[in-house]
Structure formats: C-alpha cells, structure tokens
Design a protein around this ligand. Structure first.
Ligand code: 13P
Length: 304
C-alpha cells in the first residue's frame, strides 16, 4: 500500500529522522531521483515549486504529476507541491488558490503555500484558506513563517551578516500563534538557512555554506508541536543538518545541489539526458547516504 504523507511525517518525527524533498526543475530529473530513493531503501518526496515551471523547465505541475506516475514507487516516494507564493520572488501577486485546486486534482499528496512576504496576519489568513482546502481533500498543508532569503533577484545581504543579526529568523511567539491561527500541518522556518539563487545571473553559482541555529529550532519545535521544514537544504554544513533533525526538522528541501549536478552533466555531455540522469542519481544517493545518513528509513519507519 502507498504510504500516507501526513502519517509518514509524524512517524519520521517520532524516530528523529528526516524526509527529504527533492525539487524537479527539469522533468528528466524525476526518474533518477526516485531510483536513488528506492535503492537507498529511503522514504522521500519529489516536489515542484511554481518557480520551477515559470523559470526552469518543469513545464507545469500537471507535467510533473504525470512524470511522477510513470516512475513513482508508493512504498518509498510521495509527491509534494512546493512554494506556491502569494506574492512571488519578483514581488508580483499570484492567484494562488487555483494552483492549489489544480494540485489537488492532479493527485499531489501535500501542498505548500508561501505567504511569508506578507504581514503576519495576512500570512495566517492566506495559509488558513489553503489549509482548509487541503484538509477538505484529505492532505496536509505546509506554510512558511519568517524569511528564507535567496530567491529574490536583488543583492542578498552577506550570509554571515544574516546569521549574526538573525535577519528574517522565525519568531518564537509568532510561530506558536501562527500554527494555531492558520491550521497548517508543517512549518517552514528561517533559522540560518537560505535558498539557492534562481535568478539567471546567479543560479549557477555555488551557495555559501550555511549554518543553523539549532537551539532556535528546538525552541520552535517545542512551541509549535508540529514537524518543521528546512528549506534551502543544499550546501548546509552536514553537522548542523543532523543536529537540526534531532531538534525538530522533519522535512528538508533540496534543490540547487541536484539541479546544478544535472545542468553541469548536460552541458559537459552536449545535452545527453542519460548523462544528466546519472549525475542526479549519484548526487541523490550521496545526499541520502553520506550527508543525511538516512539509508534504510523505509525499514526504520515501516519495519521493512
Ligand atoms: P536549495 O535550492 O537551496 O536546495 O533549496 C531548495 C528549496 O528550499 C526548495 O523549496
């Protein structure tokens, strides 16, 4: 039987392990991502964000769902809709509710709404609309509070300055209130993590190595009582990731690292899709086994 997304996240929390979610900005990446997850006997999500069909080559959420159905393995993989912004990275308003409806229709097992560029009250209100829709369809909803920077096209504050000044960090008291008001099931938090760049000029650059405020993660988990999500999973010091997982991180989103491996292999091979897929497969296996050390989570969570 296919695994249930909400239950799997709660089980992962109980076992202090993590469910990675791999982004699919290019459709051919999906097959090797699934294969690597299965071969590591892990449990993970495949996800696509609006920006990946708007500014990369994922085409549409329906195209990703169709590709997912071709290769999915229901004992190991789940399909998640990542960042549907209410105000996007170019500060444009997005008609977000119809996108959520389309995802539910296309069979996504969970969805994320990102209203983190709005005020606290507006964020909670928009998230509630999406959470209500998701729950009516029987699926969980992820939301974001605080500012995980990096997607915006302008110049970002130097990383060390973000960390030192805790700029954009999720506020503890707000987090508790936000979860109660919005009804979200999982919360994406800003705790030292940043997104890889997506603007044309910077998307090929190496991300600065990020750290995490592990005590703040523990406090946020204690205050909210729900699984926390770490966005910007590429290029974080692995020691911090593993400590963050113990402290309350239950889902980690990984985009840039795997995308750059695919794009580099495509470039080097003159657009040979199989070479691109091989690079993705190797990158995802290394992430699961070496960085996250979560080979075998299928057995840990489900006893097989
Ligand atoms: P990175 O691209 O930095 O790995 O972040 C991915 C992400 O958070 C997608 O939501």
């Amino acid at each position: 039987m296919a695994i249930d997304t909400k239950e799997t996240m709660l089980l992962a929390r109980q076992h202090e392990t993590v469910i990675p979610a791999f982004n699919v900005p290019h459709l051919p990446m999906l097959k090797p991502i699934v294969q690597a997850i299965v071969d590591e006997n892990s449990v993970a999500m495949v996800e696509v964000a609006r920006v990946e069909w708007e500014k990369f080559c994922a085409q549409s959420l329906e195209a990703v769902a169709e590709e997912y159905r071709k290769y999915a393995d229901g004992k190991h993989t789940m399909l998640h809709l990542d960042h549907v912004p209410v105000v996007d990275e170019d500060y444009k308003e997005v008609d977000y509710l119809p996108i959520i409806d389309r995802a539910i229709k296309a069979g996504f097992g969970s969805v994320m709404v990102d209203a983190s560029r709005l005020s606290f009250g507006e964020n909670a209100a928009a998230t509630k609309k999406v959470a209500d829709k998701a729950h009516a369809a029987g699926i969980p909803c992820e939301a974001e509070l605080g500012a995980v920077m990096g997607h915006e096209s302008g110049q970002m504050m130097p990383y060390e300055e973000i960390f030192a000044t805790k700029t954009g960090f999720t506020d503890l008291a707000e987090a508790k209130q936000f979860v109660e008001k919005s009804g979200c099931d999982w919360l994406s938090v800003a705790v030292g993590n940043i997104h890889g760049a997506i603007a044309d000029a910077t998307r090929d650059q190496k991300k600065p190595t990020a750290r995490l405020d592990v005590d703040h993660i523990a406090a946020l988990h204690q205050a909210t009582g729900i699984p926390l999500v770490l966005h910007g999973g590429s290029g974080i010091d692995p020691e911090y990731i593993r400590a963050g997982i113990k402290a309350g991180i239950t889902k980690i989103n990984v985009g840039t690292e795997v995308r750059q491996a695919y794009e580099a292999a495509m470039k080097a091979s003159g657009d040979d899709i199989e070479a691109g897929r091989k690079a993705v497969y190797e990158a995802v296996r290394a992430l699961l086994s070496d960085t996250l050390r979560i080979s075998g989570t299928r057995a840990l969570l489900f006893g097989e």
